[in-house]
Design a protein around this ligand. Structure first.
Ligand SMILES: Cc1cc2nc3c(=O)[nH]c(=O)nc-3n(C[C@H](O)[C@H](O)[C@H](O)COP(=O)(O)OP(=O)(O)OC[C@H]3O[C@@H](n4cnc5c(N)ncnc54)[C@H](O)[C@@H]3O)c2cc1C
Length: 462
């Protein structure tokens, strides 16, 4: 069985390892246009800020490791076209320029995503940077060295992490977003208010609620960012406004969402039975709504890549969908979220209620303890949990993972209130903060009002 894999970052690397393990007889050929595989983009901001000194540590595999598993990795090879009827690939060796055709019995598409690059004046100026891969990381580090004023466009997790890194380097930093809040996709206003105050306290200039219209430069280099509300001087700009699936190769050949994300079933099979796909090139099943959505995350990529290997020949292990669970450290805050925000749930037409509790992470008799802010979003009828957010100076991020399991298993706030969690004063209270949130949500459900203003601040004593 000839297996071709296109793209070898997280989904591709996971797929190759899984195929090699499940199907030792397979002849695996991997095509990767880059000169590296398995780069952890999540380490870019840590490298930029100097926390991770050696970017070489941000790779966890290499062609030699894959060769040891029996896979041939063709680096600096770009797949130019795929014919799913003929089961062939056209490939260019980017070093020699040579082009050739290869064939496959099974194709695994792990071509991932690429940053959204808006068409606007000045976009090609020097020092307008992207942030996706190893080469981008190197460029950002090199150019930031000579930049005093840095503007980050996009206040999602990636933009926020870079903003912190640049402040740690002592740069003058401006953060621009068209939304009127930071991290609006992941957190509701109660939490983003705190995050914004922290950013301001740390000297970040926030320019929210305005659109970037273009860039002005001199001598080919960016000097100003022009927005609908004012112009900002900048020696360097990093675009962090989102990602698009890189799926042009398969256009018209397999089913896709309107944005080009490949639709796969629970076994990573596309609408063509011999083509599987995984990672950022795909849509995922979003459990809070049960619909296919585009949620590009490394977590989804490694799971889906592994499943593509397991299900290559026949459906064997099902994908369980995702809650889009994610976390970020913002200066001294630990923040995590899972499932839908209140704003997203309301926008999707769900009838939800919320509670936001403040609770100390440990009993007050302990020498130290920290406030934990935890928000639950749940259906007004029945109490099914659809989302949660947690923010604390203590690391309470694992609460989002626990709540992710609750959402996936369609648990209710009543069940959360009384589920068994341990108690040990070093770590929590007799009522775990999650139980406390469940109890508060039960109280909230008794109330008539379902308006967002009905969200309560509850403090339960131990
Ligand atoms: C700065 C940053 C921080 C992030 N932080 C996190 C985080 O903390 N947690 C998290 O879960 N996710 C994070 N992500 C998201 C995560 O990096 C992506 O979800 C993940 O990289 C997706 O992996 P993938 O293999 O599906 O796709 P990609 O990483 O996009 O890789 C696709 C690969 O395919 C190759 N390719 C594409 N087309 C072709 C072709 N025609 N021929 C040959 N090769 C091709 C590309 O060169 C690339 O190597 C972050 C992303 C960024 C950019």
């Amino acid at each position: 069985m000839k297996v071709a894999v296109i793209g070898c970052t997280h989904a591709g690397t996971a797929a190759v390892k899984s195929i090699a393990m499940q199907h030792p007889e397979a002849q695996i050929t991997v095509y990767e246009r880059n000169d590296n595989i398995s780069f952890l983009s999540c380490g870019i901001a840590l490298h930029v800020g100097g926390v991770v000194k050696d970017a070489g540590g941000l790779f966890y595999s290499n062609p030699e490791e894959l060769a040891g598993l029996g896979a041939v990795t063709r680096m600096r090879h770009e797949v130019l076209a795929v014919d799913t009827n003929a089961k062939t690939l056209n490939v260019r060796n980017l070093v020699t320029g040579e082009e050739f055709t290869d064939s496959y019995d099974k194709l695994v598409v792990t071509t991932g995503s690429w940053p959204v690059i808006p068409k606007m004046e000045g976009i090609d100026l020097d020092n307008v940077q992207l942030c996706k891969n190893y080469a981008h990381a190197q460029e950002i580090v090199a150019r930031a060295a000579d930049a005093e004023r840095i503007t980050v466009i996009g206040a999602g997790y990636i933009g926020i992490e870079l903003v912190e890194a640049f402040r740690e380097l002592g740069k003058q930093v401006t953060l621009i977003d068209n939304m009127d809040r930071v991290m609006a996709k992941y957190l509701d206003r109660d939490l983003t208010d705190l995050a914004e105050q922290t950013l301001k306290d740390r000297g970040v200039q926030l320019a929210l609620g305005r659109m970037v219209e273009g860039f002005r430069g001199s001598e080919g280099k960016v000097r100003e960012v022009v927005t609908t509300e004012g112009t900002f001087e900048a020696d360097m700009v990093v675009l962090c406004i989102g990602f698009r699936p890189g799926t042009d190769l398969l256009k018209g050949q397999v089913d896709m969402l309107p944005n080009g994300a490949i639709i796969v079933d629970d076994y990573m099979r596309t609408s063509n039975p011999d083509v599987l796909a995984a990672g950022d090139s795909c849509a995922v099943r979003y459990n809070p709504t049960g619909t296919a959505m585009y949620i590009p995350l490394a977590t989804n990529a490694v799971r889906m890549g592994t499943l593509a290997g397991m299900n290559l020949v026949q459906p064997t292990v099902r994908y369980q969908g995702t809650q889009g669970t994610s976390a970020i450290r913002l200066f001294d805050w630990n923040i995590a979220s899972t499932g839908m925000t209140e704003a997203a749930a309301l926008a999707a037409g769900l009838n939800v209620k919320t509670v936001t509790i403040h609770e100390n992470n440990r009993p007050e008799f302990m020498p130290t303890y920290d406030d934990v802010m935890l928000k639950l979003v749940f259906e007004a009828a029945g109490g099914r949990i659809v989302g949660a957010q947690v923010m604390s100076k203590a690391d309470m991020t694992q609460a989002a993972n626990t709540l992710s399991v609750c959402i996936q298993n369609r648990m209710t706030v009543q069940e959360l209130a009384f589920v068994d969690f341990f108690f040990q004063p070093h770590y929590n209270k007799p009522w775990n903060v999650l139980n406390t949130a469940g109890l508060a949500a039960m109280e909230e459900m008794k109330k008539e009002q379902t308006a967002p203003e009905a969200a309560v601040q509850t403090k339960l004593a131990v």
